[in-house]
Write a protein that binds this ligand. Structure first.
Ligand code: PGA
Length: 251
């Protein structure tokens, strides 16, 4: 696990985009695991800029997304399918993209299918992650069993509240979602975790310095061999106060 400190969100987005572009330059048919949420939006904007500058070609790249709300049509304005189209896919030349199908009511079948899709693609080369205030990665909420694969999850009230900002009322936020499991995420060859803002400072400190335990799902990343955390100064506030020496080192 290596932490890279950036001055602000803008720089975080530039550094993260460069890491993703390097991955694609090294392996032009990379399988990218992508994420939604507010944190990666800047990274996607930077990727689009680099694509327009002809610095990267996505024609052989495939992507699989972490999660999708259960019950939302692809065309719903808050579906993650729409989010990915509006923030990235429609601006670049990627041809093969996958998200769980939120409209499949048969969750057993959907989860099996999604795991098969990832396997048939040859596994994920680089998985992009954000982190929730409670340490969730994807929609893997606290107390999820670490070995889980793609599954259907009941969202915690705190996650529903955090996502209510995107819906008209909190009652409109879906209460369940399909998500890659922690086992799926941990099978990725590389993981890139992005953390921005002072409100994430506590959970980032806990993730990096605390015990590995299901109550903090993100803590499992300690057991992965190839994790890069790109975080801005605000998100690193507590680490900078207490243990700045761990920044830029392999820990
Ligand atoms: P955010 O969400 O990027 O919108 O903060 C991250 C997450 O909850 O995983």
């Amino acid at each position: 696990m290596k932490i890279i400190l950036t001055k602000n969100y803008e720089q975080l987005s530039q550094v993260a985009a460069q890491i993703i572009i390097s991955q694609v330059s090294e392996k032009n048919d990379s399988v990218l695991g992508l994420a939604t949420g507010s944190t990666p939006i800047g990274t996607y904007k930077e990727i689009i800029k680099l694509y327009n500058d002809k610095q990267v070609d996505f024609s052989n790249v495939k992507s699989v997304n972490l999660d999708e709300y259960y019950g939302l049509e692809k065309g719903h304005e808050q579906s993650y399918f729409t989010f990915m189209n509006e923030n990235l896919f429609k601006f670049i030349n990627i041809n093969e993209t996958y998200l769980p199908d939120g409209t499949n009511p048969n969750s057993f079948e959907e989860c099996e299918n999604y795991e098969k899709t990832i396997k048939n693609l040859g596994g994920i080369d680089l998985q992009l992650l954000g982190i929730g205030h409670n340490g969730h990665i994807g929609f893997n909420e606290p107390d999820t069993i670490f070995s889980t694969k793609t599954h259907c999850v009941r969202l915690k009230p705190s996650t529903i509240e955090a996502n209510a900002r995107f819906f008209e009322t909190i009652d409109d936020v879906p209460k369940t979602a399909y998500t890659m499991g922690i086992g799926t995420i941990m099978s990725a060859k590389k993981i890139l975790l992005l953390v921005s803002g002072e409100d994430k400072s506590d959970i980032l400190y806990k993730t990096v310095t605390g015990q590995v335990r299901p109550q903090t799902p993100s803590s499992i990343l300690h057991f992965h061999q190839n994790v890069i955390i790109v975080a801005d100064e605000l998100a690193l506030k507590k680490i900078l106060d207490i243990c700045p020496e761990i920044i830029d080192k392999n820990i």
